[in-house]
Write a protein that binds this ligand. Sequence first.
Ligand SMILES: [Zn+2]
Length: 176
Amino acid sequence: MSAKIQKSTSPIYKLANPQAPPAFPKIFMKTRLLEELVRLCLEALPHKAFGLVGGEDHYHPTSLYPCSTNLRNTPEWKPVFESYGEFYQDPDLGFVISTPEVKTVLETMDARRESFVGVFHSHRYLCAQPTEIDVALSSDPDLFSYIVSVANPAEPEIGVFRLSGGGYQTITIVEC
Ligand SMILES: [Zn+2]
């Protein structure tokens, strides 16, 4: 499934929306939130950025919660990543957020009466599409996956996806 790269109302990023957008699903994102997402991913360079997304509901994300723990190189996870080929021999690629950090963020969302609606991460070398490992490791199809490609930091691209059943669906982003 290839994406159609669309200009947005903001000069600082583009949107990787579906080629022929279906009526649903769509998510509604404020330009402010899209800009914040891009900024987090650019500011993290040369490192990756990742975190959780809170919202009123799945279709109205409102807040980003950058995370910092990464279990990717633990004895439990390192072999899992490395089993996905040469690309993942690089210990700097991939992320797994620790349960305590997720719990802390969920408490903050709760206190702000938000729902846990998604997970975001940057792609520093690849386009804004889920990788095989993104699809394999996403356990919950109810959480949308927000991917920002900063492979070309001058032209970041944002895509939102629903990962499930070994594949993914591209969600149309409607800027508002
Ligand atoms: Zn990814």
